[in-house]
Ligand binder design. Structure first.
Ligand SMILES: [Zn+2]
Length: 138
């Protein structure tokens, strides 16, 4: 869907960070991807890899190692405070898509496994974050 744009944004971040730190070497990049993000990991990694090659060839900035970390979704019930991780892989694609565009719709598909309430919060799984490690500077 938007994997290329996402990969581009991450690579731009790496470039800016390298320039800011006056280095052309980034030791480690960790991309944390919430499982409620509708992102195709394979396409993202492919795009990321391609763009890293361009970054190296054109700007001489090298990324030594990178990793994509999946963050499990976690919901917290507002009625009984129960915290649980839904089985996102078992959810139909159209529901996930709706949740992606209108996160509030999650309440119509999912209810608390303990008390059945539809009143809960998404506490994890919606984020995308990038963490970089340079030589000595962290
Ligand atoms: Zn509950």
């Amino acid at each position: 869907m938007h994997e290329w744009a996402l990969a581009e944004a991450i690579v731009k971040l790496i470039e800016n960070s390298a320039v800011e730190n006056r280095t052309n070497r980034v030791d480690y990049v960790e991309i944390t991807l919430g499982e409620l993000q509708q992102v195709d990991e394979e396409i993202l990694l492919y795009a990321f890899n391609e763009l890293l090659t361009i970054l190296k060839n054109e700007k001489n900035i090298e990324v030594v190692k990178y990793q994509l970390v999946k963050e499990r979704a976690e919901f917290k019930c507002n009625r009984c405070s129960f915290i649980w991780s839904p089985d996102v892989s078992a959810m139909p694609a159209n529901e996930l898509e709706m949740i992606h565009f209108i996160p509030e719709t999650v309440h119509s598909f999912i209810s608390c496994p303990r008390c059945g309430s539809h009143d809960f919060e998404i506490i994890r799984g919606r984020d995308l974050s990038v963490r970089l490690t340079h030589g000595t500077k962290v």
